[in-house]
Design a protein around this ligand. Structure first.
Ligand SMILES: Cc1cc2nc3c(=O)[nH]c(=O)nc-3n(C[C@H](O)[C@H](O)[C@H](O)COP(=O)(O)O)c2cc1C
Length: 98
């Protein structure tokens, strides 16, 4: 599972400040860009993925050692599609290095 993390403390600096409503919009857009990149990477490597908002944020933040200001917005579940054998996938050099 690949967490897609938006760093809310950095967003205002990147966008030159603005309202908290603007900040939320930019966090959402940022997360969308990250998620889309994960989908594109997985598609290019023959992997399957879905984005999930339902995640145990407290447990995952603890496991990742996140700072208090870092928020988990969404996660991506990535894996080998059922239609592809795991052995065939693992033999592909790029996938094996993940
Ligand atoms: C922002 C966002 C959050 C989502 N969160 C969840 C989730 O927590 N659990 C879930 O089962 N599907 C969630 N989905 C839907 C899945 O990502 C996926 O689109 C859905 O399971 C259909 O997948 P399929 O078209 O491959 O069958 C979310 C979708 C989006 C766009």
């Amino acid at each position: 599972m690949l967490p897609s993390i938006s760093f809310s403390s950095r967003i205002p600096a990147k966008t030159g400040g603005g309202s908290s409503e603007d900040t939320l919009l930019y966090i959402g857009a940022d997360t969308g860009f990250i998620s889309q990149n994960i989908y594109l990477f997985c598609a290019s490597e023959g992997l399957a993925t879905v984005v999930r908002a339902s995640v145990d944020r407290a447990a995952l933040a603890k496991a990742l050692g996140l700072r208090p200001e870092q928020r988990i917005v969404a996660c991506a579940i990535c894996g080998v599609p059922e239609t592809v054998s795991c052995r065939a996938a693992m033999l592909r050099p790029k996938i094996a290095s993940l």
